[in-house]
Design a protein around this ligand. Structure first.
Ligand code: GLN
Length: 483
């Protein structure tokens, strides 16, 4: 039996039928990690002992016929910017190379309380800044579908671990696309829910008004299983409000296809006018055809303000990054230089320049500059206004439409050796950022793979707190692809 190829919900059913034990399943996933991860490099830390201990506990509970959560015994990987108590949390940075979390993130605590089996912590771009995992201090995570390509980012370790059967479900974080973009690269499903649905307590902040934990899995049903557990208001995150739509009892029968009937999708005109990769465009056209066949309506829709997405995002996000990363001063947290220093200034300077990589430094410098003196008026506050315009325009669109649809990423997964300038890399995030800008839920769904094994991700973005509708439409789309 190859348990690791099953969907998480199939594993859960297997436990209930007593087809196999959690220890068997967990061992198989751990074996996969040992066998494949030397090459893929998805894991930074594997918590083998803890995982096996939990697996035995789960088996014991099943044996005693205790009431178990659907998540019980499911092998899970966690992005390494989310705290798991007494386990290293590096954020993909030398700065936190040896940092051990003294507490569990709220979402991790919930996973543990529901008896999820945590296999370890997975790779990311340094502090989640990037779209390839190439900025990680621990090296790139290769794409399991084609190891000459990157797994995407920043939650590349999460997507690769699911894609290579080294975890059944993974937790990532999404500030500008980091859950959806690697999902599209690795042929997994990835969703970031409405901002505020899941507590950010215990997740290292990149840009806190954009950051939201998300889930990467093999199908939409697996996503719902995890969301059910980790959704909820948390008094330790003042921006969390919870989201009952994620906690809904979904229908998984073939009837789900009807969910698309009469639904209205808008596709931004500016995106269609862009220089899209041919294959991406073809797959998008196929996706649109499928939606129409299922009784949905798809229209072009003009949202002029989306032309300013990239600039606005980078100004705001870098501003937040500069202030959030100030806490890594090598006193409270982080790498301390071995160099001799006379003043505290010198100590900060040496520690921070050794601890952070180039991409993080670039963003801290841009952010600091943007927030200083007159620049704040000229850049930061202006960008806040443009964020407001984008929100206004998207809200207007959502009055007439249920969802926005586009490809998740404009080109195929990049080659590891491709030399992409930072500005080119920033521009490629165009399709994923709007959801973070306005707090909307957004999902990437994989199209069937081509002959080369690669697949293109299609993104649906929904209305705030209408995550249930988004998941239902996604279930229908997924089902019609697999028909
Ligand atoms: N690629 C985007 C960036 O580098 C998004 C990152 C993220 O979502 N964490 O800013």
């Amino acid at each position: 039996m190859t348990f690791s190829k099953l969907k998480a919900w199939e594993i859960a059913q297997g436990y209930r039928n007593r087809d196999f034990s959690c220890e068997e399943v967990t061992r198989e996933f751990l074996d996969n990690i040992k066998e494949k991860d030397k090459e893929i490099n998805a894991y930074i830390t594997v918590t083998e002992e803890l995982a096996l201990k939990k697996a035995k506990e789960v088996d014991e509970k099943f044996h005693n016929r205790e009431e178990m959560s659907p998540l019980a015994g499911i092998p899970i990987s966690i992005k390494d910017n989310i705290s798991v108590k007494n386990v290293k949390m590096t954020c993909g940075s030398r700065m936190l190379e040896n940092y051990i979390s003294p507490y569990d993130a709220t979402l991790v605590k919930k996973i543990k309380d529901n008896d999820g089996v945590i296999l370890g912590k997975v790779n990311l771009d340094e502090f989640a800044m990037g779209a390839s995992t190439k900025t990680s201090y621990f090296g790139v995570t290769k794409n399991p579908l084609d190891t000459t390509r990157v797994s995407g980012g920043s939650s590349g370790g999460s997507a690769a671990s699911v894609s290579a059967n080294m975890a059944a479900i993974s937790i990532g974080s999404d500030t500008g696309g980091s859950v959806r973009q690697p999902s599209s690269f690795c042929k997994t499903v990835g969703m970031k829910p409405t901002y505020g649905s899941i507590s950010r307590f215990g997740m290292a902040s990149m840009a806190n008004t954009f950051d939201q934990p998300g889930v990467i899995a093999n199908d939409v049903r697996d996503l719902t299983m995890m969301f059910n557990v980790i959704e909820g208001r948390d008094e330790r995150d003042a921006t969390s409000v919870g989201n009952p739509g994620l906690n809904y009892d979904f229908d998984f029968s073939d009837e789900v296809i009807k969910n698309l009937e009469g639904k209205k999708f808008a596709i931004p005109k500016t995106y269609l006018e862009m220089d899209l990769n041919e294959r991406v465009r073809r797959e998008l056209e196929k996706a649109i055809e499928i939606l129409r066949d299922c009784g949905a309506k798809v229209d072009e829709y003009d949202i002029e303000s989306l032309n300013h997405t990239i600039e606005t995002y980078n100004i705001l996000v870098n501003g937040e990054i500069a202030s959030n990363l100030a806490r890594f001063d090598s006193i409270r947290y982080g790498h301390r230089t071995d160099k001799k220093f006379e003043t505290i200034e010198e100590m900060y300077r040496a520690s921070r320049s050794e601890g952070f990589g180039d991409e993080v430094k670039r963003r801290i410098m841009i952010g600091t500059n943007i927030l200083s003196m007159d620049n704040a008026e000229e850049f930061y506050y202006k960008a806040l206004k443009v964020r407001g315009l984008i929100k206004r325009d998207m809200d207007r669109m959502f009055k007439d439409y249920d969802f926005m649809i586009c490809p998740t990423f404009p080109v195929l997964p990049l080659k590891i050796d491709d030399n992409v300038s930072p500005v080119e890399a920033y521009q490629a995030d165009l399709f994923t950022i709007p959801a973070n800008m306005v707090g909307s839920p957004s999902i990437s769904l994989p199209m069937p793979a081509g002959e080369d094994g690669l697949s293109i991700g299609i993104e649906f973005t929904g209305k705030r707190f209408k995550d249930k509708d988004l998941l239902q439409a996604s279930l229908a789309f997924e089902r019609s692809l697999n028909k």
